[in-house]
Design a protein around this ligand. Sequence first.
Ligand SMILES: Nc1nc2c(ncn2[C@@H]2O[C@H](COP(=O)(O)OP(=O)(O)OP(=O)(O)O)[C@@H](O)[C@H]2O)c(=O)[nH]1
Ligand SMILES: [Zn+2]
Length: 318
Amino acid sequence: MYRVLTESGELLAEISGKMRHLAQRREDYPAVGDWVVLSVRPGEQRAMIHAVLPRKSKFSRKVAGQVTEEQIVATNVDTVFLVSALNQDFNVRRIERYLVMAWESGANPVIILSKADLCAEPERLASEVADVAIGVPIHIISSAENRGLAALAGYMTQGHTVALLGSSGVGKSTLVNRIYGKEILATGDIREGDDKGKHTTTHRELIMLPDGGILIDTPGMRELQLWGAEDGLSTSFQDVEALADMCFYQDCRHGSEPKCAVKAALADGSLDQDRYQSYVKLQKELAYLARKEDKGLQAAEKAKWKKIHQTLKNQPHR
Ligand SMILES: Nc1nc2c(ncn2[C@@H]2O[C@H](COP(=O)(O)OP(=O)(O)OP(=O)(O)O)[C@@H](O)[C@H]2O)c(=O)[nH]1
Ligand SMILES: [Zn+2]
């Protein structure tokens, strides 16, 4: 069942049989943020979903575990708030990973550094982030001390959708409550004292703000695995790719080739070693995923043709 927001209020909806039959992949099903075509059964508060309208943006990741499959986290997002806490979990490499997926999604990334009250030098960490987040706005906030929140209002205007993404416990739900001005989401401290099942029933991911903006709170992730994000990688690491373009050999692997611009930049310190390693690692991860997905597609294609051959074989000869 899907919870849908309609002009006549909130309804529970299910997928039509035809849509289910035609759906092939996870992305054919509705996700948080989608606009859907539905028919309402009057008086019942129930509806049937017939189609998902084309998405203008889509934030995905690979599903957790061994399966090579896409998981859609949110759709039709204008701005993604990539939330990281300024505590001992702070990690620039993780922010880089989130940025790759944010650029790939089609939404504009904004970096939110939360829990500034727990950090002695938030500006220094913010400048570390600025080095890897070229052209991305960065905001230092503290929900506890009401710091930096006013500056976020500009993103949540009428007709705009903001999605919050980040690891579990960075303060996403707390921030939503501050922005909304009321405790509409359960946060970490409440959940701990609560009985487990309770927060799931009251959990809401899409929130209509009084001023007409939309906020999407996503469940905290343990890890963000990449999913088909070659373009996102290029945008995020435009500094590295611009250097690679200047190598003498077009297919330079930045190993033992002469006149390698990447190696030169690493040597003179203009390209940070860790940032380059991070780029190589994410690139490898994407290549591995692409190979695996390709095998999956090949297997599906083989199975399909086997079925067709079998059907033909079983037909009586003329
Ligand atoms: N010190 C401090 N703690 C905060 C701040 N914002 C949130 N917290 C605390 O951090 C904990 C986690 O906050 P949540 O808002 O539940 O975090 P979340 O990102 O929504 O977590 P998930 O729902 O698991 O993804 C709670 O105990 C909050 O009270 C802040 O600005 N400063
Ligand atoms: Zn090179």
